[in-house]
Design a protein. Sequence first.
Length: 426
Amino acid sequence: MGIVVQKYGGTSVADPERIKAVAEHVAFTRSHGNDVVVVVSAMGKTTDNLISLANQVSGTHPGRELDMLLTTGERISMALVCMALADIGIDAVSFTGSQVGIITDTVHTKAKILEVKGDRLREALAAGKVAVVAGFQGVSTDSEITTLGRGGSDTTAVALAAAVNADVCEIYTDVTGVFSADPRIVPQARKLQHLDFEEMLEMAGAGSKVLALRSVEFARNHNVPLHVRSSFTWEHGTWVLDMSAFNAQQSSKENAMEDPIISGVVHETGEAKVTVFGVADKPGISAALFEPLADANVNVDMIVQNTSKDGITDISFTVPKSDLATALKIVNAVAGELGAAGVTHDEAVAKISLVGAGMKTSPGVAAKMFRVLADADVNIEMISTSTIRVSVVVGAANTEKALRTLHTAFGLDSGQAYSAPLPERK
Ligand code: ASP
Ligand code: MG
């Protein structure tokens, strides 16, 4: 029939029972005539625990050694899944990322995939075996073991799916799909049936944790259809694909779908706001500020510069909280050199984003969003937009109110409270 790549996240292989359930599902998929490639994450909280171990022995973590340590988590899962498969009579073989030829650059702990050779994968499939691959890892052009950044198993799965030209890349997780909002905060959230790659990209970039951003980029670039679904209920989840191609196919059947104006409301509470105030408004100031941040690999997200008054202005921007200490050190130094009046920061902020492909053809979404927030007495601190996204920064205490009122105002409420069990937030 086809080739199916199945990625099982940490909660899907968290204990022996879950691993046996995964083996059963792989057997079930094969019984329908498919070749199966399995990609596994580390069991449960293994990666967090390994990082905590590293912290306990040392404050210095050479990237090479950290990667050696972290890749062990996925190796445990792959071997156990193969054993569980053997137990039910399925011939399976495990591979590390290096063994299947996932070649990366040399940046330890956040390596990028350069090439997937996949020879051993194809050989295993040709021999009628299930291939079980350790996610999140590869081997660098310097022959060193690397990892792909937290959540990187999604990227492994999509890269392998592209390499073997799989029919689908199924991402098994602890939620039943991609939702119009986080059901833990918005009980009226609805499961989305389909999403375009672009929408999923914007959602992942705006803070949705369901899929790693890099994996969605890879899926879009190689046109790998994704199916995000639950390994607890096994029900159909959310398809992420090229909607224009999908609609072209459907239109012959006369049920092509219109782009919903808004597909989801996404929040991100992992960023902090930094403001440099009282700085001269002249050429080169922003470059002087943001160049050293870029050099230090600080990921700057939103940037707002006020209109200047008497040649003096304020510049605000957001950075991941994990980069805040580094950012402040740099910004304080640069602000001193530039003669700025001062630097402040605020960690109690949240970014709220509306995402929807239909925004392209529906003006007025931003205006409506601002009106809804104003009526809910939520103050907007920063704004940014793309063609299919509007984001605002608000005080963190307003997160829940902003999400719920926007969800309702844009007609996304499902009409029934989310009732499936709510797993712990990743
Ligand atoms: N085990 C790694 C992590 O926890 C990779 C993954 O789960 O995708 O980040
Ligand atoms: Mg994970």
